[in-house]
Design a protein around this ligand. Structure first.
Ligand code: FAD
Length: 490
């Protein structure tokens, strides 16, 4: 890819300790702690964490928030406090009920209230020019931006075409503003392919994986999509083949993605493909990998596509290793964004209804350990040579510290574009600024677009900010400490 003012750094090559059979646990002396409130965990770093602390220091709030003016700190504390209240998510879901929203007066009231509270805090604005101000401000703070035009899902080809045009417009804009440090364009495949097609294609891919004689005439070259632990219960019986209209819809969706990939290569900004729930994820992986294969010229060193792996899924380590090895064999540079996963309740509910094992790890500790192991694998791939590229998307301070320490131990250049951290805009600020101050490359995931369009995103944030263990508790704690320090003038 053309690239946006990023240098190629020396990376020490080491032998990966990973086999394709399993992803071993991290070999850190300090284990992540899951049983203490986050604020306390950050405040009382013990000896175990001393070396990680030397890399990311969250204790010196003066240095941590030096670029954030006091009014912004106070606004953040208030917004995170409101978003973190248990009733906020429940009230939001009630107020935004589609039946209630049909009443024009109610709709206007709710949208105005949302715009002046959460929307302003968690989103960059209604359009690209508003987003540009945020990208510029983050640039001054030393942070990169991932642009996410807040599109959720589209039911028909006309809406998919409209959404595809928005992605292309954003890429044109990025290319026209080369001084702005935009690290990725975020793409939701559900915005350019109707979810009903993603569901049908996922069923057919699952059936083909289980029955090798089953032939899919439309199937393109791709990387491995499943492991033996993948959830196959979504497809209990043989699915009927795609009919002509469905095959046409699939072809159109693929062409949209290919066009977006081509423009992304021209603008030098890779695509970051979001992951969704397991009923449609195989089709998303399939489209992402096939588009990466088609759009990567021979000898290209940088990925055009970063696909997302959700570490809360039991099958994620094996799928990750298989896809990476598949890409290596074909000589295709492929990037990965590693997240824990956002659809836990719906995945667990469906599995319980069907009376099958949940695809999600049985405990949060297993999810944490899976995330850290996958992160270690990907960091080792980066250190091993040219083909490793990873975005560690997390608000979890322990995972951030462990990965930062691992990267340093492996001798990976901290500012390398091959290893990037990412947090959502206006969330996990302490971790973002701590990692940035430690020398790492950090992006904020910035949603923008009309208020109405962003509402599903805001509801997910309200859900995520609930509870004492959310990362917003740590942010509020550290920001309050800094505001008090500034008032005291110490
Ligand atoms: C930049 C960015 C991009 C993202 N993109 C995506 C995406 O494309 N797709 C997506 O699904 N999510 C995405 N997310 C959301 C992400 O998956 C998490 O929901 C969120 O960030 C919280 O996880 P965390 O790593 O910050 O850790 P924490 O807040 O420490 O962990 C919370 C997570 O642990 C898991 N968990 C909690 N309880 C249990 C339990 N009992 N058993 C098993 N697991 C449990 C859940 O995944 C939960 O979200 C993204 C997040 C960021 C920051």
């Amino acid at each position: 890819m053309a690239g946006r003012s990023v240098s190629r750094e020396p990376i020490r090559t080491i032998r990966s300790s990973i086999s394709s059979a399993a992803v071993p646990p991290l070999s850190f002396p300090g284990r992540p702690r899951h049983d203490v409130p986050i604020a306390a965990a950050a405040a009382d770093d013990d000896d175990d964490d001393a070396s990680a602390c030397a890399i990311i220091d969250l204790r010196d709030t003066k240095r941590l928030f030096s670029s954030i003016p006091t009014p912004r700190l106070v606004k953040s504390i208030v917004a995170l406090r409101l978003a973190g209240m248990n009733w906020t998510a429940d009230f939001g879901a009630w107020a935004l009920n589609p039946r209630k929203m049909q009443d024009p007066l109610w709709r206007k009231m709710v949208l105005t209230a949302t715009e002046h509270t959460f929307y302003h805090h968690f989103c960059a604005g209604k359009d690209l020019s508003a987003a540009a101000e945020t990208v510029e401000r983050l640039r001054r703070d030393g942070l990169y931006s991932m642009l996410d035009y807040g599109l959720e899902s589209a039911g028909d080809n006309a809406s998919c075409d409209d959404n595809s045009s928005e992605f292309l417009k954003t890429l044109d804009w990025i290319q026209g503003n080369p001084s702005l440090p935009v690290s990725f364009l975020v793409v939701k495949v559900t915005a350019i392919c109707p979810p009903k097609i993603l569901k049908r294609v996922s069923d057919l891919l699952r059936w083909e994986h289980k029955n090798t004689a089953f032939h899919l005439p439309w199937k393109l070259r791709t990387f491995p999509l499943f492991s033996h632990q993948s959830p196959f219960y979504h497809t209990p019986t043989k699915p009927r083949p795609l009919d002509r209209a469905e095959e046409n819809d699939l072809t159109l969706a693929y062409r949209r993605l290919v066009r977006i990939c081509k423009r992304s290569r021209e603008s030098g900004v890779p695509l970051l493909i979001d992951a969704e729930d397991t009923s449609i994820q195989p089709a998303i992986d399939y489209l992402a990998y096939s588009a990466a294969i088609e759009n990567t010229p021979k000898g290209e060193e940088k990925p055009v596509v970063y696909n997302t792996i959700q570490a809360y899924l039991k099958d994620s380590p094996e799928r990750l290793v298989a896809a990476k090895r598949g890409a290596d064999e074909m000589g295709i540079p492929l990037g990965f964004k590693l997240v824990r996963g956002a659809y836990m309740s719906s995945e667990n509910r469906l599995a319980a209804e069907l009376g099958v094992d949940s695809p999600i790890h049985d405990s949060v500790e297993n999810t944490h350990s899976c995330y850290n192991s996958c992160a270690a694998f990907l960091l080792e791939e980066v250190a091993r040579g040219a083909s490793g590229f990873v975005v560690l998307a997390t608000h979890n301070v322990d995972s951030g510290k462990l990965a930062a320490r691992k990267a340093s131990e492996l001798g990976i250049e901290k500012s390398s574009e091959r290893v990037q951290f990412a947090q959502l805009y206006s969330m996990a600020e302490a971790l973002s600024y701590g990692l940035k101050n430690g020398g790492f490359r950090v992006s904020k995931y910035i949603p923008f677009g009309p208020v109405e369009q962003i509402i599903p995103y805001l509801l997910r944030r309200a859900e995520e900010n609930r509870g004492l263990l959310s990362s917003s508790v740590l942010d509020r704690h550290l920001m309050s400490k800094e505001v008090l320090r500034r008032i005291a003038g110490t």
